[in-house]
Design a protein around this ligand. Structure first.
Ligand code: AMP
Length: 262
């Protein structure tokens, strides 16, 4: 395998913009998406940026971005094309596909495309699943590295540093690989206006689930959605003495006086 002509696929998801305060529908059936600003999932932006950096380094020469969702997810595909991806693919899907279904769809695309590097975000900020990359690697029976904070591609292998609880873990795997991105991998660039204009002319294909011979499973049922419990605002105190007296009086905490047994 020639490391200079690799193909990358980046899966990107359209989600509620991270700055938006999420509203819940009155009947608690779901999140209210009407008139809500939508964006590319931040971890997917990091995945696109990484693929573009690999292309700029002469390692990757074709980047396909894939999004599974309704027609308006083409906006996020165009944004990825403006950032430097070469081709886009929207898989039409009007319902929210489960991580397993997304992984099954991406598996089909991989069977057609034969990419060497599959980049995904470590998690979607709307559903917080953190599952799709792992499921895709299992379906493709290929190595995976989740939560990547550094990616090096050498010869026919990927050397990935992962953020784990106790620090950093570096793993080495033969290509093809599935890699999911963590926050510290890179800082995504902003698209310049000329690139946004050029992106309008880049190829964007559309496929249906039927084209890919996929039927969605119904193994996840959304039962209800509710807002987090309302929290009381905090108060600012000026000294430790004030803190101790407030804890004693307002929160009824038993704090022994100086010299008293606890
Ligand atoms: P999740 O497992 O849902 O937390 O998602 C992890 C990653 O899977 C996301 O950051 C995307 O890279 C990918 N992904 C999830 N859902 C979709 C989708 N509908 N279309 C494209 N990629 C997706």
């Amino acid at each position: 395998m020639n490391t200079n002509h690799l193909k990358a696929i980046v899966a990107i998801k359209r989600v509620i913009d991270y700055n938006v305060k999420v509203r819940v529908k009155a009947d608690l059936s779901d999140v209210d998406l009407s008139n809500t600003k939508m964006s590319m999932n931040p971890f997917c932006e990091i995945a696109v940026e990484e693929a573009v950096r690999l292309k700029e380094a002469g390692i990757v020469d074709d980047i396909l971005v894939v999004s599974i969702g309704p027609k308006n997810c083409q906006e996020q595909i165009r944004s990825a094309l403006a950032l430097g991806a070469d081709r886009g693919l929207q898989v039409e899907c009007d319902v929210s596909a489960s991580p397993l279904d997304v992984a099954r769809i991406l598996q089909k695309i991989q069977q057609e495309e034969g990419a060497d590097i599959f980049l995904l975000g470590k998690q979607s900020i709307d559903t917080d699943n953190n599952q799709t990359g792992q499921m895709l690697a299992a379906l493709l029976d290929c190595p995976q590295a989740t939560c990547a904070s550094r990616i090096q591609i050498e010869q026919n292998k990927a050397i990935v540093t992962r953020e784990v609880d106790g620090g950093l873990l570096t793993v080495e795997m033969p290509l093809p690989v599935v890699i999911t991105t963590d926050l510290r991998l890179n800082e995504p660039r902003f698209a310049a206006l000329p690139k946004i204009m050029q992106a309008k002319r880049k190829p964007l294909a559309v496929k249906t689930l039927a084209d890919l011979d996929i039927k969605l499973t119904t193994d996840i049922e959304l039962i209800s959605v509710s807002s987090p419990a309302h929290r009381q605002a905090g108060i600012m105190l000026n000294s430790v003495d004030e803190l101790i007296s407030t804890l004693r009086s307002d929160a009824q905490v038993q704090i022994p006086k100086h010299g008293e047994e606890a």
